[in-house]
Write a protein that binds this ligand. Structure first.
Ligand code: AMP
Length: 187
């Protein structure tokens, strides 16, 4: 099964995507993690996008789609994908839909004050360059501008399920599994 998890920064999508992939036997693909690996390894791509990612802006659609396209196609045919952090723009959503469309898109809903509090906690534990107070404000703005339309687009296509992400991780994980099972075997 091919599943997309979409949520604002610190909504828990990384944790939940890993958990979901393990539960259903799919492959977790995180574009944020792929980009951070490129940046840490100092590859040509990493050098080009480092400052951009640290600023909380989106990497351009062509670069991201080139990074994930082959992986997504192979995974969709093998075990199914659990995508985390992609698509984040309408162009990316269209590219995914024409290559290997998702069976369901899960939106994690978390109130903004909770996100801001989680990010400041994560800044201490993970030390991510894009977890500062200024950058998180920008990332929330980018989410509202570029990624909310993606949610609306998937809703229009009948693929969107919204899950309350403001709960303990195991409760959220169960709610996501319930939503996925509902799509796989509607009651
Ligand atoms: P994440 O770990 O998903 O929060 O992603 C961290 C950062 O990587 C984002 O703030 C963007 O700068 C970049 N990024 C990750 N995925 C994408 C994407 N699909 N499109 C553009 N930029 C992305």
């Amino acid at each position: 099964m091919n599943i997309v998890l979409i949520g604002p920064p610190a909504s828990g999508k990384g944790t939940q995507a890993a958990c979901l992939a393990a539960a259903i036997g799919g492959e977790h693909i995180s574009t944020g993690a792929l980009l951070r690996t490129e940046i840490q390894a100092g590859t040509a791509l990493g050098e080009r996008i480092g400052a951009l990612v640290a600023s909380g802006a989106l990497v351009d659609d062509e670069t991201i789609t080139a990074l994930v396209a082959a992986r997504v196609l192979v995974t969709a045919e093998r075990s199914g994908y659990v995508l985390d952090g992609y698509p984040r723009s309408l162009a990316q959503a269209r590219a995914l839909a024409s290559a290997a469309p998702p069976h369901v898109v899960i939106a994690l809903d978390v109130p903004e004050p909770v996100l801001i509090e989680r990010v400041s906690r994560r800044a201490h534990t993970e030390g991510r360059a894009d977890d500062t107070a200024d950058v998180i404000t920008h990332r929330l703005h980018v989410f509202a501008e570029s990624t909310r339309p993606v949610l609306q687009w998937f809703r229009r296509h009948g693929l969107l399920r919204t899950v309350d992400g403001d709960a303990a991780p195991d409760i959220v994980a169960q709610a996501i599994l319930d939503a996925v099972h509902e799509v796989a075997a509607p009651s």
